[in-house]
Design a protein around this ligand. Sequence first.
Ligand code: FAD
Length: 331
Amino acid sequence: MTSLKTYNTFGVEAQAPEMLTIESEDQLLELLRTRAKRPYLILGGGSNVLFRQSPSGAVLLNRIKGRVVVEETTTEVTIGVGAGENWHELVLWTLEHNWGGLENLSLIPGTVGAAPIQNIGAYGVELKDTFVGLEAIELRSGEEQVFSAEDCAFGYRDSYFKRAGRGKYFITRVYLTLQKQPLVNISYGAIKEVLQAANIDQPTIQDVSKAVVKIRSSKLPDPAFIGNAGSFFKNPELEAEQFTRLQAEYPQIPHFFAPASRVKVPAGWLIEQCGWKGQRRGNAGCYDKQALVLVNLGGATGAEIWALAQEIMETVKMKFGVVLEVEVNVI
Ligand SMILES: Cc1cc2nc3c(=O)[nH]c(=O)nc-3n(C[C@H](O)[C@H](O)[C@H](O)COP(=O)(O)OP(=O)(O)OC[C@H]3O[C@@H](n4cnc5c(N)ncnc54)[C@H](O)[C@@H]3O)c2cc1C
């Protein structure tokens, strides 16, 4: 048995019957060829999982490295990245080369291979905006497969790998196309204000990245000190009719227009209105600076955090009639 406590950013205890570190595609293929078929759990940085219980099968720790340029034109560069590379280190590497596209996604914890799973997003940018394809190995057959952006069926914190493809593939390599004459995107959140405060009126992608790092560091708990997995819930997208009813009752409700005439409402606001911000249940808590983040206040179990999540979901449903969807992968 191997303790998974230091392999998940919630810092909760769980035991893996076995843990195998995967450093190359060949090693994984060999493993799948030679071992009896059984369930595996793939872990990257463990920053988007909650262990309610210990996994039943072996944990495959993804550490496949490597970053290469696979194609280059005068305006664009396409890179292929090993799925076990650290996401933020990749972002910093692209910034060193002045390749634009990932700067708004600075400081998101975890690995490159997990990024397509929920189509990571922040500050008005999502992985899908630069994504061109990925390579994966099907765990049951050991077959190598290539997925295009279309195959991945990306949505808001969603992809094929969270639906029909859940748990079936080990993503080994991700391909992204970045811009050599980048345009910055500072329209979202507090980026503009942070740049203005620093007297930067012609921001570079490096400036944008620094601003994002500054905002994130002030808003989100650092898992090195307070266990968490970022946003625990997705922001619900409501039908226009349901939103209009809610707005009549709560005129101050923040909202954004989403595709297909739907309206997105911040889950953090709904949770805060139910009085959860800064509250605790035993060792599990609702973060005092951002109600969307659940935290391990020290020694919490996954079951305790899950019980708090359930209670929050029930009160939001009762007060607003809105069903929150969990963003974190609950094991
Ligand atoms: C403080 C904090 C802030 C965050 N902010 C954001 C944010 O702004 N935006 C955002 O989108 N997310 C955010 N997250 C969530 C998280 O960082 C991302 O979801 C990240 O992509 C998870 O990467 P990971 O390597 O840690 O994945 P893990 O937690 O290890 O795995 C997540 C899921 O993906 C599966 N998986 C992992 N690697 C692979 C692979 N190679 N092949 C197949 N399946 C795989 C796992 O089995 C699991 O189901 C945040 C988390 C934290 C702790």
